[in-house]
Design a protein. Structure first.
Length: 105
């Protein structure tokens, strides 16, 4: 994956399942600050979806809208309910590469 970053002159992010953080640390691929030996940032935390796949992407970016507040009152039950919500979208410009690793990693 770091070769793919080098080929495109990109400082990127490697997305990985949470259970691979210990493996990356064991093989000295997870340095202080959550970076790889060449300075790319690890993103751990995917509980499902990636399986044993590592994905290299450009920097994530995001959009969010304003907080929407909704209120409701029920005088018969003396109940007041308020809900605050905000939509958030995270995206990447480019997926550079992906690799499947073995279970014995």
């Amino acid at each position: 994956l770091e070769l793919a970053f080098a080929a495109t002159n990109t400082t990127g992010f490697i997305h990985a399942p949470a259970n691979l953080a210990a493996v990356a640390s064991r093989y000295q691929l997870l340095l202080d600050g959550g970076r790889t030996p060449l300075g790319h940032r690890w993103v751990f935390g995917y509980a499902t979806g990636l399986g044993e796949t590592l994905v290299a992407t450009s920097q994530p970016f995001g959009w969010r809208d304003a907080v929407q507040l909704r209120e409701a009152t029920d005088p018969q039950t003396n109940t007041f309910v308020a809900i605050a919500e905000r939509s958030l979208v995270i995206a990447v410009e480019h997926v550079l590469a992906a690799v499947q690793i073995g279970a014995s990693a």
